[in-house]
Design a protein around this ligand. Structure first.
Ligand code: PMV
Length: 353
């Protein structure tokens, strides 16, 4: 008897231009375009196996071995439904294919990092889920087409369908058909850029991105300014910086955009604080590190960015990483550094940084 099963894996991505705000909460259409780097090391990945079988009674999903409910009309159900719909189209064109679209699926997904650590697990999770079902159904869909579906799982997930430097174009259509991820440059274009992740706290975040965004859209006037006047220019400028491998410009824009995202969170009523004192101390350290370099006639050497939580991601050219890790260890001596075989550093401190 044939077994219909496929496995796919997707990494986390960390945004340099942040997505924050939905103009359509059901289709997950953003209020601004965004741009991220997909991390390409073995850390921070989700791996998902999907199996279709005529004997399965209903769609089921396990996350790290624990079954999760697939709520009717929820995001998981939407992604599964959309992929089954695409499979059905393929089956209608070729009647010799098994009718997998009519079978229920069982899906098992694992993260190789703590799910609640505020490290964008929903991005890699939904991207891996969509990629594994697309492989199971042998869909002739491009990563951009699949990103339309992953977006409906978790907005930022659409960017994890590509490696390297990826933009999520907000689009303008109300059906969401042009709100998709596109590659700005593959990883090989600029292999010198590395990401250092400083786990400041692995607690689950206080305000989820969904409720935080909704509150910001409803109450922040700064968000309206950001959407209209700031992000469109930044998207162009950072794309150009990536194409030109201009770290100076890339770093400046990345830090400015992280700052503005957290300013918009603060401008929300009631205000949202994602960073803590340790996060701010790391910002001060990177600012000073860059200041000393520029004062000596050099260039910016590192860029910090923070998502909806206190953990820092520091982008830097490889040659500066050792120095940055030493600097962090000097100021946060309790940090427990680890180094993977590929040269990506991480300072994991489990709340002790
Ligand atoms: O896709 P979500 O709902 O997890 O939202 C992600 C929001 C940020 O991580 C703060 C920014 C981004 O662009 O990834």
């Amino acid at each position: 008897m044939a077994v219909y099963q496929a496995t796919a894996s997707a990494p986390v991505n960390i945004a340099c231009i942040k997505y924050w705000g939905k103009r359509d909460t059901k289709l997950i259409l953003p209020t601004n375009s965004s741009l991220s780097v997909t991390l390409d090391q073995d850390h921070l990945r989700s791996t998902t196996t999907s199996r279709a079988d005529s004997s399965f009674e209903k769609d089921r999903l396990w996350l790290n071995g624990v079954e999760e409910e697939i709520k009717e009309g929820g995001r998981l159900a939407t992604c599964i439904r959309e992929l089954k719909r695409l499979r059905k189209e393929v089956e209608e064109k070729d009647s010799s294919l098994p009718k997998l679209s009519s079978y229920a699926v069982h899906i098992s997904s694992r993260n190789n990092f703590p799910t609640a650590a505020g490290l964008a697990s929903s991005a890699s999770g939904f991207a891996a889920l969509v990629a594994s079902l697309a492989a199971l159904y042998q869909l002739p869909a491009s990563p951009s087409q699949l990103s339309l579906i992953a977006r409906q799982g978790s907005g930022s997930a659409c960017r994890s369908l590509f490696g390297g430097f990826v933009a999520w174009e907000m689009g303008s259509k109300s059906d969401g058909s042009d709100s998709l991820a596109v590659e700005i440059a593959p990883r090989e274009h600029w292999p010198d850029i590395h990401a250092l992740i400083c786990v400041v706290s692995d607690d689950k975040k206080g305000t989820s991105s969904t409720s935080g965004m909704q509150r910001t859209v409803e109450t922040s006037t700064l968000l309206q300014h950001r959407i209209k006047y700031v992000v469109p220019e930044r998207m162009k400028a950072i794309s150009a910086a990536i194409r030109a491998r201009d770290f100076e410009a890339f770093a400046r824009i990345t830090m400015q955009d992280s700052n503005q995202f957290h300013a918009v969170a603060l401008d929300t009523d009631p205000p949202i604080f994602y960073m803590n004192d340790v996060s701010r101390a790391i910002i001060a350290l990177i600012v000073e590190y860059n200041r000393v370099s520029v004062a000596a006639g050099g260039k910016l050497k590192a860029a910090y960015t923070y998502d909806a939580g206190p953990n820092a991601v520091i982008y830097a050219p490889k040659e500066n990483l050792k120095e940055i890790v030493e600097l962090i260890l000097n100021y946060f001596p309790q940090a427990e550094p680890f180094k993977d075989p590929f040269g990506l550093f991480g300072a994991g401190a489990q709340g002790k940084l």
